[in-house]
Ligand binder design. Structure first.
Ligand code: NIG
Ligand code: FE
Length: 390
């Protein structure tokens, strides 16, 4: 395989503390990097760069690690534009709309589900996302959850079994039997296609006892836990996530002081999803409180047809900065290295030597422009393992 020199980088974000300016972003100005065998083999000032088989001159712009979107629900059919319009006219968000998507997803052939995932993964790549986690959760039968995950696995290694999204209509009078199904035959069918197991632990979805049972069963089947926690109100989601050693607790809008301390002590990543709060007109989580307490924070899109139909990590960065008072540097770190931590990956979300050569080239002199120029398509190219994706 031939080597590639990416040169004339005005500002390179490495997220590598051993490189650059000593800040968490590991900024190197007037930089270059060399890709060999899909990995970064050299990083430094461009006037010291070694020769390579080919050269990509980016003309002085900023280069950042590809975004790691650690939370999405891309396997679905249909859309819920009418629900969104009604919400904007004043109706509150509730998880009830999920049933609409479940009905459409069950009727869709595998090819239609795969085409939808391909469309959204393509959108993501054009906006700089090079790693994405994809959940099931709109099938909610043994067959539909298994095929949802099989579809997702064609696009990413980061697949998550979310049979415990909501109790489907046919089980509303007997949720205990649905939990038995999820922890039994559905888990058995899903596990070969999944790395992670997730539960929507919330009033109206699954309570603490059910969530614990489901995550524990997933662990026994070799899956690693992550949790939808404390989105719509205070609750036990974060507590359960910390108890079971989840990689991440996602949403984290309604937290007590104990929840914040538990996240820090258990080293569970708090994944904030500001696109959801934007699209449901809900309060934003208190990022400053989490960062101040020393909790690791990630940003992700939660791309799904109900609560947040954006595939854009740059939008999430802009919202995190404007609405949640994260600095542009904190937001970029959370969208790259933070997402990698939420997926327990050390090969992505950074551009130090040895990392996967996953990067985005911006039409901007600095990563700050991602928040400073909201809504502007600044990603001009995205590469995974040194290969151009978009
Ligand atoms: O992460 N919270 C639960 N699940 C999704 C919403 C899914 C939907 O409304 O279809 C979420 O926000
Ligand atoms: Fe979600």
């Amino acid at each position: 395989m031939s080597s590639l020199l990416v040169s004339n980088i005005g500002e390179l974000v490495t997220n590598d503390l051993s490189l650059g300016d000593g800040s968490p972003l590991g900024l190197v100005s007037d930089a270059a990097l060399v890709v060999d065998g899909g990995r970064v083999s050299w990083v430094g000032r461009r006037d010291h760069a070694p020769a390579a088989d080919s050269v990509l001159d980016v003309d002085g712009v900023a280069v950042i690690p590809g975004f790691v979107d650690s939370h999405s629900h891309l396997v679905f059919a249909g859309d819920r534009a009418e629900e969104f319009a009604a919400r904007m006219a004043g109706r509150a968000y509730s998880a009830g709309g999920i049933a609409t998507t479940v009905e459409a997803t069950r009727q869709a052939p595998d090819e239609a589900l795969a085409a939808n995932v391909a469309r959204l993964v393509g959108e993501m790549a054009r906006q700089g996302t090079t790693t994405v986690e994809i959940k099931s959760g709109y099938g909610l039968t043994v067959v539909d959850e298994a095929r949802s995950l099989a579809v997702a696995a064609d696009f990413t290694a980061e697949t998550t079994f979310l049979g415990a999204h909501v109790v489907p209509p046919e089980y509303v009078d007997d949720p205990a039997s649905y939990v038995d199904l999820v922890t039994g035959p559905m888990l058995t069918a899903a596990a070969p296609h999944a790395k992670w197991i997730d539960v929507f632990c919330e009033r109206g979805a699954f309570d603490a006892g059910q969530a614990r049972a489901i995550l524990t069963a997933g662990l026994a089947a070799g899956l690693q836990p992550r949790v939808h926690a404390n989105q719509l109100g205070p609750g036990a989601g974060v507590t359960v996530a910390c108890e079971v050693g989840a990689a991440a607790a996602d949403h984290c809008t309604y937290l007590t002081d104990d929840d914040v301390a538990d996240l820090r002590d258990a080293a569970v990543v708090a994944t904030l999803l500001p696109g959801v709060d934007f699209s449901t007109r809900s309060p934003y989580p208190n990022a400053r409180r989490l960062l101040g307490a020393g909790v690791t924070v990630a940003l992700a899109t939660d791309c799904n047809p109900g609560s947040c139909y954006t595939s854009s990590m740059p939008l999430c960065i802009a919202l995190a900065v404007r609405e949640m008072r994260m600095t542009p540097a904190e937001a970029l770190w959370a969208a790259t290295a933070g997402g990698a931590a939420a997926l327990r990956r050390d090969d992505v979300g950074r551009l130090g030597v040895g990392a996967s050569a996953d990067f985005a080239v911006l039409d901007a002199p600095s990563y700050t422009h991602l928040a400073y120029r909201p809504g502007v398509p600044l990603v001009v190219a995205a590469y995974r393992r040194g290969q151009r994706l978009a």
